[in-house]
Design a protein around this ligand. Structure first.
Ligand SMILES: [Zn+2]
Length: 249
């Protein structure tokens, strides 16, 4: 997928208008930048992260490191699909880098199971300090926001909804809706009828970003690690009744 993709263009104007930091009205253009969509690093590879406008991340893989200090400081919200390191590795560095530049905590959204893992195994004072307690618990640099599958978080006219995923650890994908068009990101997932139920009931779906982590030769490994390969993805896409543009990561 191109590293930059515009979710919606203002067709009436024939131009694209960038969402402004001051506020994003419902239906206004929303910009999605792919910071990373690989399973590893090296050369041009970056692990998974998407920047929505200039203030929201969906996952925080190594691609976040390509942003400037000024861009990093603008990130207010991080929606985490699951706890695997390739999806969360930049959160500790991001918070540590920009905390002195910000007046409010960076909010980290995830299902309870995911946030519990981050608390226990990442921000545990051993791997990294617990930034929900720094400088103090009343006014921390980072805050967890628990969400449930199906629950939507509305941020300046953009609606982020956790959707079901089927992975080796508790996981979700996300649907992002700006009031006119939607994008769905599957997250890491194996075969997943619940995802297609959401996809098929999203009439304004414009883009679907879905994973394929392994080749067909590695179909068994894909199944064991609850990922997709092209063959399984093709079978899954048969379940789709709407016609979004599909990007495969
Ligand atoms: Zn994973």
């Amino acid at each position: 997928m191109d590293r930059e993709s515009v979710l919606q263009r203002d067709r009436s104007q024939g131009t694209e208008s960038r969402s402004q930091a001051a506020g994003v009205a419902v239906g206004q253009t929303m910009k999605i930048r792919v910071l990373g969509c690989s399973g590893g690093i090296g050369g041009s590879l970056r692990t998974t992260s998407f920047l929505v406008d200039d203030d929201v991340l969906i996952d925080a893989g190594t691609g976040v490191g390509d942003l400037t200090l000024e861009q990093l400081a603008k990130i207010d919200h991080i929606f985490v699909t699951h706890s695997h390191l390739d999806h969360v590795t930049s959160i500790p560095f991001l918070v540590d880098t920009v905390c002195w530049m910000r007046g409010s905590p960076i909010k980290v959204y995830g299902i309870k199971e995911t946030l519990d893992i981050l608390r226990a195994h990442l921000f545990n004072w051993k791997i990294w300090p617990d930034f929900t307690q720094i400088p103090d618990a009343e006014k921390p640099f980072m805050a967890y926001r628990e969400i449930r599958v199906g629950e939507a978080v509305e941020l300046r006219g953009r609606r982020f909804t956790a959707i079901p995923a089927n992975h080796t650890v508790p996981a979700v994908g996300y649907a992002v809706d700006n009031g006119r068009n939607s994008l769905i990101f599957s997250g890491d997932t194996a075969t997943n009828d619940a995802l297609w139920k959401v996809v098929n009931s999203t009439p304004n779906l414009k883009y679907l970003i879905i994973e394929t982590a392994f080749s067909n030769k590695e179909r068994d490994i894909a199944a064991a690690s609850k990922h997709l390969c092209p063959q399984i993805l093709a079978e899954e896409l048969e379940k789709m009744r709407v016609k979004p543009e599909v990007f495969i990561r």
